[in-house]
Design a binder for this molecule. Sequence first.
Ligand code: FEO
Ligand code: CA
Ligand code: CA
Ligand code: CA
Length: 599
Amino acid sequence: PGQGAGSRLPFATITPVDKTVDAFTVPAGYTWSPIIRWGDPLFADAPAFDLQRQTPAAQKRQFGYNNDYTDIIVDQGSGRTGILVCNQEYVNPGIMFPATTDPAQQARNRAIARAAHGMSVVELRRRRKGQPWTYTVGGRRNRRIDADTTFAFDGPAAGSALLRTVEHRDGRTTRGTIGNCSGGTTPWGTVLSGEENFNGYFRTPGTSTEDKRYGLADKPSTYGWEADEKRWDTRNPGYENASNHFGWIVEIDPQNPGSRPVKHTAMGRFKHEGANVRVDDRGRVVAYMGDDERFDYLYKFVSRRTISRNRAENLGLLSDGDLFVAKFRGDSPAPQIDGSGTLPADGQFDGTGMWLPLVLHGRSMVDGMSVDEVLVHTRLAADKVGATKMDRCEDVQPNPLTGRVYVACTNNTDRGKAGKAGPDEANPRNANKDGHIVEISESRNRADATTFTWNLLLVCGDPADPTTQTYFAGFPKDKVSPISCPDNVAFDSGGNLWISTDGAPSTIGYNDGLFKVALGGRERGRVQQFLSVPTEAETCGPVIHDREGMVYVAVQHPGEEGSFADQHSFFPDYVRPGTTPRRGQVAAPRPSVVQVYRR
Ligand code: FEO
Ligand code: CA
Ligand code: CA
Ligand code: CA
């Protein structure tokens, strides 16, 4: 059993699980159960989930699909109540619905899909700390946010001409949130969520520089919603700016179900993975953000105001501040970076970096672009200032104990391809299929620093594979779990890093999972696998409440390569076709939030 410094969660590392296995696997002495599954009713008037008779009205009142960012916020006091807040990123219609050629049923399925997107807030209760939670149907704070919910824009670009459409003539409101990937819970108790792959939801002219840079194209959208609502096709007169309504960081107050959620224009627009806030010892507030696209960038937002004891004032912190993008410099000469991950002569991938300003003190720092343009077309602004092209920044999170920032670069198989950028010391491998973790130390540990130092904590992969170069901060490679495609990160109370993965089946042949990594002392770089998710699923969340012996993950897209008639996963109900389901169970995979606890 490997117990990291200060961690209250001893466990025996699990053996990696083959990618075909449809099981949720935990260490010896632990067990698991779902807290809530796709389709579970949130409100007293919501029907029980009926796989064969789904409706848009029911889905609007039930837990959505493909849970990603997750937090469990325990109420002050007895610790026996709390809330679960969860993003619902996207849908897999091929395994959710029976195949149909009926246009009316197809339209109904699309409406169900829109209702299955967004976010959920659900009240929880338990007998005592360390015991499993039960969610409360009809809890006071229960809430569904979906592709129809009204949002307010705030910050400098709110009201901009770039945000006006015939449905939102003042450019100050919009409808819905989609592609909500990871996120972060703020020190003032709100939840941030990143709108990531919004481009696939639109059909556009696809001809402008902006459309091309954001992957918006003149082809049918992934889900075909343009057949139902004009706003998903920006070729429609009056809807030219409709795609500018997505790609933002949204903030919701989960304690106040009547509050209007906000999209923060000050934090820029790109394929936001998520945002995580740190408050430094002078009260300065910073949010770190990744743009999850090959060769895109790492950003940070620094609030103009410092944190307040008044919660209401903090709700405006992310509306006003400076936006920066990262530039990395290696400290080793280029010939030592051979593109295969061989260590530079000084023994590690490391160097210095700068935060290049895009918006500073309310002014654009980018030639030829207004503040509105920088915030709405942030990728173009970052291109102009020469930011470092990264290997797909996913979750970016500061360690609450040290202030160091951890960047999960999930992979970039295009690195080094003809016409694409080659390796640099911060992204050192060509055809990087396994990803890496960057560790950043802000100068003088200040949130608003404009310079930093950095090193690679992990260069991921299966260390047993002689064709893959790996690095585990110098820890012996024969004593670590294989790990590939890091995505979401979290910390335990001892400051250990926990990493969930997305993509390991196709790179190292194992199901995705959750891994603990020690960051300090002799154990630094030791990777230990804690759990494994079922076949074709991604591990999201995660939430580590080690003082209570509890771990939570969101199991996203189990069995996603199957079809309704040929399901590849039956997680978590495990009702096989032909057997009689118990009440509330179905013979299909259901994305679910899972709790892991001691037996
Ligand atoms: Fe939805 Fe970047 O993962
Ligand atoms: Ca170096
Ligand atoms: Ca992700
Ligand atoms: Ca995280």
